[in-house]
Design a binder for this molecule. Sequence first.
Ligand code: FE2
Length: 413
Amino acid sequence: MHRKKILVIDGEPGVRKLCAEILEKEGCHISFASNWIEGINKLEDGNFDLILLDSQVFLQTIRNNLAMTNLSGEKMIETILELDRIIVSLTDLDLLLEKMISIVNNIFLPERIAIYLAEDGNFILRKHISKRYLKEEFPVSYGSEEVSSIFLSRNARITEDKGETITIPLFGKERNIGFITIKFSEGRKTKEEEIKFLEVFATQVGLGIEKVNLFERVKNSYLNSIRALVNALEAKDAYTKGHSEQVAYYSFLIGKRLGLTDGELKILRTASYLHDIGKLGIRDTILLKPGPLNKEEMELVRKHLEIAAKILEPLGLKSEEMNACFYHHERIDGMGYPKGLKNKEIPLFAKILSVADAYSAMISDRPYRKRLTKEEAITELKRCAGEQFDGDIVNVFVKLLKEENEGEEEKHG
Ligand SMILES: [Fe+2]
């Protein structure tokens, strides 16, 4: 009987082994190829009854061949214009890098793309994307010496190791900002115009990153001015002195314990400093009234959120920062303001701020009441957990406060 000849083309040794085990039992004769090119060579010298393809290899091959003819002059210009629009509209570095990677990915369909940016003398991996079946990780960082040759010219460098890798430097006005590296699958040859396109693209990306960094610096100095202003305003009033700094401190502790990233902690800090900025627009006679507020006065105080939104709007803050400020008086049970949002609808940062804000207010004197002791304030937080405050955040915070207290007792004892 004629033994069926089967060719298996698959990049995974495990898959090839499995095919062998199954098919050899069936009496078939099997040949293997680990990639498409090897597969074609084998096809030429053997009569196969059946070819089994890793569909990923198959799709990639089709995509590669299509992609080679995909980048028309029109498409190049369109893409550069699209990038320009993104650069003009975005003020967030992560978003810019994400868009950039997705543009390159959509056009070239490479195996992987990474972008490294200069930070404290090193080049740090900031964003990357890889085909799912690739296990190998990108190095997290490079020393500047290691990659200095990338910056010798503005041109892209091509290296070959089981497929081409294109590395393109990113230059700012006065310094090397970073580089993009794009790895193509085996057999995919980049054309000259594609390389030229990537070089122009990288120039635009470099400018975009510089713009975002500049914006970030301006924003920070603006925020620092506002922070100084908030401190000055709070200092004028013995009841609120240092309140925002205290809220920032407690929010930070909670956020850190909840495992927030550095970027998220930054958002929380900014929101803490700014959460009550709208009180600038409320009369002192109401803010400092030595007794309970009537309904009308209460309505006016509630306006501090809208006023804050107006003050902060031109700053171009992140939406998370704005939302944390705007929703810090919402309650889990939906009885808060300004929107009456419920539990899951309330942003996490606003929930954290709400607990830190309430605790800071409770442990300080107010015109209409004496301060609560720390123990009393904790009891109050626990009593309102699940209704006013998020129960999990209260638990985390109470635990933190107890640890802090024990630490202090140890110091004094
Ligand atoms: Fe507030």
